[in-house]
Structure formats: C-alpha cells, structure tokens
Design a protein around this ligand. Structure first.
Ligand SMILES: [Zn+2]
Length: 435
C-alpha cells in the first residue's frame, strides 16, 4: 500500500514536470535579431554593427557579438541603416482623422461622420503615424471616449497603430466671449472648482491615462491666447490628477494660462507662446515639459482650404508661429525640458516628426531634438524604464532610417525605411525600388 502511494506521488510529480515543460514550450516567445549598421540607443551610446536581440515584445539585449544571436532566431538584416528607438509623439488627436474627399471640407466631415465611422477611418492616420517612425503617442483630446476605444483596440491587436496614452475629454470652460461659435465636447465642460474636480474624476473613472485641460483660447485658425480658467481651477485640476497618480497636460496659447499652469504644477505645457522669463525660469526649475507644437500651424497654413477655414487668418497665424519659435528658443536656452508633440489632426498624420526640424531651428542639436521624441517623451509619460530607448527590458520599438540623423535631423523625418513596434514589423520600405 505504502509503495503504491510513493509510486503515485512520483507519477504525479512526473506529470506536473511534463505539464510545466509543455506550458513553457507553448509560451515560448519568438526570438528575433535585428542588425543595424549604426544604432543610436538613446542611452548615450552610438553603436557600430549593433545586434538587437528581441524576445516577444521586449528587447533581451544589445550586442555586437554575432555569436550571441540565439540559435533559431529570425535575423533581420538592416546593416545599411541607422537604428533608433521607436519615436514618441506626445500631442496627437488620433481619433480626429479626416481624409481628403474632394469638395468636403475637413471641418464638415468631422461633424457629419458618426463616431463609429470616425474611429474606423482613424486606422489610416494610425498607420501613417507608424510609418513616420512614431510607435507611441499621447493623445490629448477626443469625443465620446473614442480615444479609450482606440487605445484598447490597438492593445488587443484588433487595430494596427501606435501605443496610445489617452485623456478622454479635455476640460473646457462653458464658453469664451472671444469665440462665440466654439462648441467644445459637452463631456469636458467644467466651470468652477467643484465641476473641475468632478470632470477630472470622471475621466479617470472612464479609463483615461492622463488629464488634459484647456486653459486658454486658441485652436485651428484662432491664435488668441486668452486665459479661460482661474488659477484656483487650474490648481484643482492638477492636484486632482496627481492625487490619482495621473499626469496633466495644460493647453495655453498665451502667457497668462502658461504662467498659472506652471505655477500650479502641470506636468506639461502645450503650445505656449510669449512666455515671460519668470515662467520659463520656473519651468526649468520644476522640470515642467514644454510641448510647443510649432509645426501644427505650418500644417494649417498649408491646408487651410481643404480644412475649411475662412480666408484672412494667415497673417496672425504666421506671426504666432514666429513668436512660438522665439519662445522655444528662449526656453531651450534656459534649460527647459522639451517633448515632441505634433498636434496631428485631420490629415497631418505621417507628418508627426516635422516638429523636430523646428527644434533644431530653435537651437537644439539633432541629438537633443531626438531626445525630445525618445527619452524626454518617455519620462513625461512616466514610462522611462520601458519606452524611448534601445536597451534590455524595453519594448522592442525600433526605427531604421537611411543616413545619419545625428548629422541631419531631416534623416529622422524623411528617411524612415522600417518600423517595429513591440517586436512586430509594422512598416517596411526596405525592399522598395531605389532603396
Ligand atoms: Zn491639440
């Protein structure tokens, strides 16, 4: 009897061991090795003949030793290219995509499409964003929680697109005397501290990753920057977001909203132009991220007829852009941290990284500009240990560009040939004619 029991115990242990082996085998993650001629890892090293070994969706290690390629690994040879970490755009509106249907102004398309149609169309913008080398976005304002739906569909593999961090409804005041026609999404309207607290909590309860607040006028062809919220309301939003472990992005076109947002402790400041020296100094001291979004006004100027703006806004927008660039120049000189945000909307997807060119114009080296879309952006997301660099344990988000992006930032903007997100190739132009 006793020996039968012992035999049974051994038998069960053996079965368990077999099971464990089977589980390990079925859970085995695909292993890939990507070879780059050069690799800028965003960790301070420029590699020559780098091999990035990937297991599943993560980077296992980076090496130059070909014997370190695991047997059976799929080898992807990109020796002709320079590797970069997947780029991060910290200011998009992925759900507000429009196509260029002739004769239908984009503004009108937006109001006439049902939400399900909007979301279905948005997959095209998502694809173009990936093709530009952007594998992660921070999406700053959507209607009807389409952003939460899109984030979740992408995470479930039902939709192809960049990894999204989203805010739900941005907070707006009811209206402004400067823009009587403005009709912000009803879900985001909040007046006074109690309503601000309620709307912040509603976004978090709905599943938002962060909070967005509009603290001034200014959008589309309107470059006014009148502060819309009081300091007390802004402070309430910042504190409520932080209480729940969420970050907050505050929109201000003008200097007053910027000053109050920075003083209230915002994590990032979007657009702000004409900031005074004291505000810039405060940003540098606190480590507040500046997301100037200079290039989105260039896009509006290039496409105003297709969008449907009334003629006559151009001079003011051009002057705003110059002041925006000048503010960026001052902020960079003062040591303010920048993150790259395109404010991509309508058909701007795919042009996400053009902002980097403005950063170089504002005085950055190409490498400093690349940091705004990698390590800095990852820090702003609170994901600096898994995004924005090519290193063990990080998501296998990689971009191959043709040329030297550290010598010429346009290489990173215009010469993207191949993109991997979380270990899967999502764009490949390496076999196109001429490359
Ligand atoms: Zn925006």
């Amino acid at each position: 009897m006793k020996s039968t029991r012992i035999f049974l115990a051994i038998f069960l242990i053996a079965i368990c061991a077999l099971n464990t082996n089977a589980q390990e085998r079925s859970a085995a993650k695909p292993v890939k090795a990507v070879k780059f001629g050069k690799l800028w890892d965003a960790k301070g090293k420029l590699w020559t003949n780098a091999i990035v070994v990937i297991e599943g969706d993560r980077i296992r290690n980076v090496t130059t030793d070909t014997s370190a390629i695991p047997p059976g690994a799929e080898v992807i040879d990109l020796s002709r290219y320079t590797g970069l970490p997947g780029l991060i755009d910290v200011h998009t509106h992925m759900t507000i995509y429009t196509d260029e249907t002739p004769g239908v102004p984009m503004l009108k398309q937006l109001t006439s499409n049902p939400p399900a149609v909007e979301l279905f169309l948005a997959r095209k913008g998502a694809m173009r964003t990936l093709e530009s080398g952007v594998t992660t976005v921070r999406d700053l304002g959507a209607d009807q929680y389409l952003d939460i739906a899109m984030r979740d569909l992408i995470n479930r593999g039902e939709m192809t697109g960049p990894r999204m961090f989203v805010c739900g409804y941005g907070l707006y005041i009811t209206n402004t005397p400067y823009k009587p026609g403005l009709n912000p999404p009803a879900g985001g309207i909040a007046d006074g501290v109690p309503e601000v607290l309620r709307v912040v909590r509603q976004q978090i309860a709905a599943g938002a990753d962060l909070i967005k607040m509009y603290a001034s006028t200014g959008t589309d062809d309107d470059v006014t920057g009148f502060e819309t919220y009081s300091y007390e309301e802004i402070k309430a939003a910042v504190d409520a977001a932080h209480q729940f472990g969420k970050k907050i992005a505050i929109h201000s076109y003008g200097p007053d909203g910027a000053r109050d947002a920075v003083r209230a402790g915002t994590d990032s400041l979007e657009h702000a132009t004409d900031m005074d020296d004291a505000t810039i100094h405060e940003m540098a001291k606190r480590g507040t991220f500046y997301v100037p979004t200079i290039d989105h006004n260039r896009y509006y100027l290039d496409n105003w007829q297709k969008i449907g703006y009334a003629n006559g806004f151009q001079e003011k927008t051009k002057a705003f852009m110059e002041r925006n660039l000048e503010t960026a120049r001052k902020a960079h000189k003062a040591g303010v941290k920048f993150a790259m945000g395109s404010d991509a909307i309508y058909t701007m997807f795919g042009e996400n990284t053009r902002e980097l060119d403005w950063f170089v114009k504002a005085g950055m080296t190409p490498e400093q500009a690349l940091r705004t879309a990698t390590t800095n952006a990852a820090e702003l997301l609170g994901k600096e240990k898994e995004l924005g660099a090519v290193a063990p344990g990080y998501f296998a988000d990689l971009v191959a560009v043709e040329g030297d992006p550290l010598a010429d930032i346009d290489v990173a903007i215009n010469n993207v040939r191949w993109v991997m997100k979380a270990g899967a190739v999502v764009a490949d132009k390496t076999k196109d004619r001429g490359h």
